[in-house]
Design a binder for this molecule. Sequence first.
Ligand code: G1P
Length: 213
Amino acid sequence: MEALENLNIHIFYVRQAVPTGLADAVYKAKEFVHDEEFVVALGDTIIDSLNKPIHLSRLIDFHKEANALCTLSAERILIEHCNRYGIMDIEEFKGKTTPKTFNDKYIVKDLVEKPSQEEAPSNLAICGRYVFSPKIFDYIEKIAVGKGGEKQLTDAIRLSRETGQIAALQLAENERRYDIGSFSLYAKAFVDFCLKDEEIGPELREHLKKIEL
Ligand code: G1P
């Protein structure tokens, strides 16, 4: 991985002082985005992609291919966990797709934030990466407070269906989502990534063997 200081990028940040919801947090980036398409990557999710190009590049490409207003990264989850995610009602995307073992491109007909099992239209969940047209800001302005007393990004995306298409790209079989939203999940992901690292992996593995005795 290339060192951050060698990349020709500018980093700006803005703090959401009060946790009023994901939609409000994204809205705070409006002044940086201006009229450009942009990516939202939730910080509590890492997507480990062995594929080249990586998942996010494929998501951006699919966003263009589907001429979408929003394109969502998607993952099949256990239906018992549907109340932790935004869940999609989907149909197959029919584009100039090359033959593959499973369909991974969808058009989103509807979506619901953290539904009960009875309400869930499928087991396909939004998994922390989004590509947006700047038009999404108009819809964030329109939404009311939703699930959990917060302004939900899912509700703004749902509303945006009136002007554009919502697309979704499922994680490939060799891509894995790590939820690092709690200390224990973060610690497990950290160990997994360290063990996979060519430089420090072997030494760490030996260390873990010793302390397990
Ligand atoms: C957020 C989104 C949800 C999405 C999830 C993915 O929920 O609101 O739609 O499925 O991230 O991690 P949160 O984890 O902030 O409750």
